[in-house]
Ligand binder design. Structure first.
Ligand code: CAA
Length: 257
């Protein structure tokens, strides 16, 4: 499918989506959100893809929701269209999704990164929720996800002052999994994505579901959920192959079964 606001590519078993509105620092327009969700759904349905990467440009992952689209929006426009609800599709993706962030990840850009399963950042990355400076607040999950990542105090600091934090602070705070020297970011992201995609896909998907469940439930329920999923893995051929390969001192050959 031909897209206008994103580039889509498959490298081995990794689906790569590059946000591509360079003139406006990848501002997240409605068209972009539709195309991004469509591309994610396609990769999710593609049996040959085991991991997905979302990235932007060197200057910007994304500088937020498109302010020009929102400038004249009324309450009824926003409520009537349930503005922002389409983004829920990103976190419903069942395969692992890595955000590869260089430059600005602000507002909706920071929120998009947080919808992914892990964030790898170049040392040039800058994260923030500057909506307060525009007379609004984060609207794509920022107040909720950022607080879970970095805790209440820093989330308040970022949301109420609108300041940016650099990659090092974001890693220290728990928002970022790895910080990588700028020119090495995509190498490191693709290495991790290739590794993830080499494992059993159903087991990856169940693992992602279990980690995500920890956000939604109590510890007791979460541990029970994990245990049931773990037990169910013994119905897969990939469990048998993985453990047999270890015992036979060879590389496992997973079949996604
Ligand atoms: N929406 C629309 N256009 C944007 C944009 C955005 N979020 N961010 C940048 N642009 C445009 C600029 O208007 C500019 O366009 P022109 O060349 O036509 O003037 C172009 O991108 C380049 O931007 P700058 O000239 O401003 O670049 P800079 O290097 O001087 O500054 C920046 C970079 C600090 C990121 C600055 O562009 C900026 O502050 N952008 C807005 C960040 C922001 O407030 N994001 C939150 C958006 S609201 C949101 O996301 C709500 C939500 O949760 C749903």
């Amino acid at each position: 499918m031909a897209y206008e606001t994103i580039l889509v590519d498959t490298k081995g078993k990794v689906g790569v989506i590059t946000l591509n509105r360079p003139k406006v620092l990848n501002a997240l327009s409605l068209d972009l959100s539709g195309e991004l969700c469509a591309a994610l759904a396609d990769f999710d349905a593609d049996e040959k893809v085991g991991c997905i990467v979302i990235t932007g440009s060197e200057k910007a992952f994304a500088a937020g929701a498109d302010i020009t689209e929102m400038q004249t929006m009324t309450y009824m426009d926003a409520y009537g269209s349930d503005f922002g609800a389409n983004w829920d599709q990103v976190s419903k993706t069942r395969k692992p999704v890595i955000a590869a962030v260089s430059g600005y990840a602000l507002g909706g850009g920071c929120e998009l990164a947080m919808m992914c399963d892990m964030v790898f950042a170049s040392d040039t990355a800058k994260f923030g929720q500057p909506e307060i400076t525009l007379g609004v607040m984060p609207g794509l999950g920022g107040t909720q996800r950022l607080t879970r990542f970095v805790g209440k105090s820093k989330a308040m600091d970022l949301c109420l002052t609108g300041r940016m934090m650099d990659a090092e602070e974001a890693e220290r705070a728990g928002l970022v999994a790895r910080v990588v020297a700028g020119d090495k970011l995509m190498d490191e992201v693709m290495e991790a994505a290739d590794k993830i995609a080499s494992f059993s896909l159903p087991i990856l998907m169940m693992t992602k579901e279990a980690v995500n469940r920890s956000y939604e439930t109590t510890l007791t329920e979460g541990v029970r959920f994990e245990r049931r999923l773990f037990q169910s893995m013994f119905a897969t051929e990939d469990q048998s192959e993985g453990m047999t390969a270890f015992v036979e001192k060879r590389k496992a050959n997973f079949q996604n079964k």
